[in-house]
Design a protein around this ligand. Sequence first.
Ligand SMILES: [Fe+2]
Ligand SMILES: [Fe+2]
Length: 154
Amino acid sequence: MTTEQPHPDQQPMHWNDMYLLGYTPIDEVHEEFVGLVGRMQQAADADLAGLLAEFTRHCEEHFGMENRWMVENDFPPRDCHIDEHAAVLASVHEVGELFAKGELGADVVRDLVEHLADWFPKHADQLDSALAHWMAKKRLGGKPVVLRRGLQLR
Ligand SMILES: [Fe+2]
Ligand SMILES: [Fe+2]
C-alpha cells in the first residue's frame, strides 16, 4: 500500500550549523545532501521518483569525491569509510531501480529516506569529520576552525 502524502510524524532534515565540519568543499556537498533528504521527506508520492534520481546522482558525486580525496591524500582509515559509502549507494541504487520499475512502493522509498536521515549525522560526525580535518591539514596547514552559531562560551 502506498500513501499519497509524506509521513506526518517525521521531522524533515534542515541544514544547520551543527553539521559544519570546517572544510568548505565537504560542508557545501553536505548542505546539498541534507537539503535533498529534507525534500524527499516532504515530497508527495508523485515527486519521489524524480527526487530519488536527483539524490542518487548527488550521492555518486558526493561519495566519489570523498573517496577520491581519501585515496589521493593517503587518508589512513579510508577503507571502512569507502565501504560505508558503497553500502549506502548500493541500497539507494537498488531501491531506486525497483521503484522506477514499479516493483516496490513509495513506503519503501520513505523507509530508505528515514534511514538516510538517521545515518547521515553519525557518518558525518564519525567519518567525514576526520576526513575534513585531514584535508584541511593537508591543504591549509592546520585543523579547521569551526564557527557554529548558538554556542555559548562559559
Ligand atoms: Fe560526506
Ligand atoms: Fe563520507
